[in-house]
Design a protein around this ligand. Structure first.
Ligand code: SF4
Length: 250
């Protein structure tokens, strides 16, 4: 889902699918588009021909590549770890067949020693295929919500049987207002980073944090973002927020 693999809340990435297409404003500066172009330049066939150039920048061209050869990778990792699934695509993209999603879920089922974090912006597709997937407890399902217009994705997430449900509220592009956090275990908020980063207001983050606290939802503040994310840091009101869902803490 276009997330930087150096993200603070996961330990490894696994990409059975490469390539995507833009679906909402949160995708505009998708990290994976730029990364795919770089990996192509480094000679990685998996990422070749997935982007075009628009305005001097790489953009997805809509081609999706299913990488059967990477399906078994997590089975080879003997020590349990937190794995982010598809940082270079969206597993629930319209062009990913159900049979392939089922294969990905079967690998996750066969790796109970790992925890898998699956994140999508295509919550309608998620709801449609959810009944045909094997939801083992080590699969955490999340949706991205960047602005108020996309809060419907939280409703869709709630309809799935995922044992752990989480929200990725980044890049946060507006005030989300009142959130229905029923059945949600974890929320991650953060601002956009990089050269064209869009602004995030502290009040938007505080509102999410306060609602998480009052609803008993774990809250993780990833970063303020901006052009220099190291400088802007990740403290909010004098401290960092690194909570994890209760199932991990226990
Ligand atoms: S859905 Fe995710 S991977 Fe696809 S374009 Fe949007 S941010 Fe990038």
């Amino acid at each position: 889902m276009g997330t930087n693999s150096r993200i603070e809340w996961t330990e490894a990435t696994w990409n059975p699918v490469a390539g995507c297409s833009i679906v909402s404003p949160g995708c505009t500066n998708c990290y994976a588009m730029r990364m795919a172009r770089r990996l192509e330049a480094m000679g990685q066939d998996k990422y070749s021909g997935l982007t075009r150039t628009s305005g001097g920048r790489p953009k997805w061209n809509g081609l999706i590549r299913l990488d059967e050869s990477s399906l078994r990778i997590p089975l080879g990792w003997k020590v349990g770890r937190m794995i982010f699934v598809n940082s270079m695509s969206d597993l629930f993209h319209e062009d990913v067949p159900l049979s392939f999603i089922q294969q990905v879920f079967a690998v996750m089922r066969d790796c109970p020693h790992h925890t898998f974090q699956v994140l999508t912006k295509r919550s309608e597709q998620l709801v449609e295929v959810a009944p045909y997937l094997d939801w083992t407890p080590n699969i955490w399902m999340g949706v991205s919500v960047e602005s108020e217009d996309y809060k419907f994705r939280i409703e869709n997430l709630r309809k799935t049987p995922a044992k752990v449900k989480f929200l990725s509220l980044e890049p946060l592009l507006g005030d989300l207002g009142a959130l229905n956090l029923k059945g949600i275990d974890w929320a991650i908020a953060g601002g956009e980073s990089g050269p064209a980063a869009r602004d995030m207001q502290p009040e938007w983050v505080r509102s999410i944090r306060d609602q998480c606290i009052s609803s008993g939802v774990a809250f993780h503040f990833k970063q303020w973002g901006g052009v220099n994310k190291k400088k802007s840091g990740r403290t909010l009101d004098g401290r960092t927020w690194d909570e994890l869902p209760v199932s991990v803490v226990a």
